[in-house]
Design a protein around this ligand. Structure first.
Ligand code: F6P
Length: 534
């Protein structure tokens, strides 16, 4: 999950040093902004900068995670362990033995920083808000408003910890443009690789910020979001799952509160989702998902939210891309499982049935079945019948092969029947055809048979190198589309080129295995049966 953090911009402004002046701060939290302004007559600019930071930090709850922007290198010294150690050791005297100025404010800052987790401080050029002037205006406005400056002279016991504080000096800043990002639907290997590519692609190459929404579309409705920075995406390229969390149940157009029965009808919260996107100043939402999430994304595009889609699913069933990321990793896992099951099949002279995922498309079964040397591959696109399966097993026995491996897709079904679902009612989850086939084989042949349902193993673990690279190319392309102002498109792979297609195309139908395809013919050519007459 991305962290719930406060971003604080501070500035002090005075004409003359010392002279009349003002100070201000702008606080952003979950896309909402709060302004703080004060004034201070006849004081120094440096003192005002400290005052702005003290007031801003004080206005956040204790324990908050803070990112602080300031135009004051002076302020940053407060967070430098070496300075503070020296000052504390020398009784608040500098290296020349002089009393440190503004000790009261330094001490308040230390105390506040101790109670909160100040993650980093950026020193920008003078006036560093996004439009490069707002905080300055705040500070000057403070001068006019005559608000009193809050100085708390109370000293507290100070234990300064600067663990994790990062310092960055930057001169000047362009306006930051913002993209939102979420991962929706079932998880799959490579999601983190895409998030990393989007964040790095955006922040390394452009002055951009990426806002991550937690738990798919739920985060969008609940405004559960925060900036994802470079540090957040470090070390995640090879990690399965998604640092943002995901959900394949939450639909903003039919939304239920957390923990409620997802089988019941919800209410339309799409307005809240759109408001949250606007609140953050997000120019475009990147949706990483399969058909369900991309359909939702498409609906948001109709409400005026600019969208960029990234195709994800182990099922590889999206029509507008040659391959989705996650597919290769799932196939690799399934192939390794088939390889292992081979040894038991051979040793015990059994028929081993391996059920793989893929919903109503047979891509995983076909690919892993061929790679693992499955004798019979059963896919939803080619309904099977038992006679053909038994014929194949018997034929193998006649040739002295006393075992057989059957790879079956969860969406496969017997000719004239329906796919098998695990539970009835309005929630339909495919699964269970493997054990049914296995039992029937035992009944009909008297041979021992066992079924293994691979299930969510196929969605877990580290992405393959292929998926890491594909995910990275997709993420980088999404940032490029954003920079070119090309919205409501989905990135895709055509041949070996990364391209993009209109979102409409991306959500039109399901890509399924063509029984006449060269790949199916190749499998047949090496003796693989599809459990029917082809
Ligand atoms: O779409 C990915 C997928 O893993 C399918 O292959 C499978 O049918 C489904 O998701 C399982 O969903 P859940 O995780 O909700 O059981």
């Amino acid at each position: 999950m991305v962290k719930d953090e406060y971003i604080i911009y501070t500035d002090g402004a005075c004409s003359g040093n010392p002279g009349p002046g003002g100070w201000g701060a702008l606080i952003r939290h979950r896309g909402e902004e709060t302004e703080i302004s004060g004034s201070a007559a006849n004081t120094t600019n440096q003192r005002m900068e400290l005052q702005a930071a003290v007031e801003a930090l004080r206005s956040t709850p204790s324990g908050s995670i803070i990112k602080l922007y300031s135009d004051s290198a002076y302020l940053v010294n407060c967070f430098k362990q070496s300075w503070m150690d020296r000052w504390l050791k020398n009784g608040w005297r500098n290296s020349k033995g002089e009393q440190v100025e503004n000790r009261d404010l330094w001490e308040q800052l230390l105390e506040l920083a101790r109670e909160r987790k100040v993650e980093w401080i950026k020193v920008k050029g003078h006036s560093f808000d996004e439009d490069n002037k707002r905080v300055d205006i705040l500070a000057r406005g403070a001068l006019r408003s005559g608000n009193p400056v809050s100085d708390d002279p109370e000293l507290s016991q100070i234990t300064f910890v600067d663990e994790g504080v990062r310092y960055e000096d930057e001169a000047g800043v362009e306006s930051l443009r913002r993209m939102g990002i979420l991962t929706g639907g079932g998880d799959c290997p490579g999601l983190n690789a895409v998030i990393r590519a989007v964040v790095k692609g955006a922040t390394y190459n452009y002055e951009m910020e990426v806002i991550g929404f937690n738990n798919g579309f739920r985060g969008l409705v609940e405004n559960d979001a925060a900036v994802i920075n470079d540090k957040d995406v470090s070390g995640i390229l090879n990690r399965g799952g998604t640092i943002l969390g995901t959900s394949n149940r939450d639909n903003p157009f039919d939304y239920r509160p957390d923990g409620s029965d997802y089988r019941k009808t919800g209410c339309d919260r799409s307005d809240d989702a759109v408001k949250n996107i606007r609140k953050w100043g997000i120019e475009c939402l990147v949706v990483i998902g399969g058909d369900g999430s991309l359909l939702l994304a498409h609906r948001f595009s109709k409400l005026g939210v600019p969208i960029i889609g990234i195709p994800k699913t182990i099922d590889n069933d999206l029509p507008a891309t040659d391959v989705t990321f996650g597919f290769d990793s799932a196939v690799t896992t399934a192939t390794e499982a088939i390889d292992k099951i081979h040894t038991t099949a051979e040793s015990h002279h059994r028929v081993m049935v391996v059920e793989v995922m893929g919903r109503h498309a047979g891509w995983i079964a076909l690919q892993a079945g061929m790679a693992g040397g499955g004798d019979i591959i059963i896919i939803p696109e080619i309904p099977f019948d038992y006679e053909h399966i038994i014929d194949k097993i018997s034929d193998r026995r006649r040739r002295g092969k006393k075992f057989s491996i059957i790879v079956v897709a969860e969406g496969a079904y017997h000719t004239g029947e329906e796919p098998v679902y695990q539970n009835k009612g309005n929630v339909k989850r495919l699964g269970g055809i493997g054990p049914i086939i296995s039992e029937e084989i035992e009944k009909r042949t008297g041979m021992e048979s066992r079924a293994t349902v691979l299930g969510h193993l196929q969605r877990g673990g580290s992405p393959t190198s292929y998926d890491r690279v594909l995910a990275t190319r997709f993420g980088v392309k999404a940032v490029e589309l954003f920079r070119e102002g090309r919205f409501n498109e989905m990135v895709c792979l055509k041949g070996n080129q990364i391209e993009s297609v209109p979102l409409e195309e991306a959500v039109a139908g399901t890509k399924r295995v063509d029984p006449e395809s060269e790949q199916v013919r190749a499998a047949i050519a090496v003796g693989t049966s599809f459990g029917c007459a082809l």
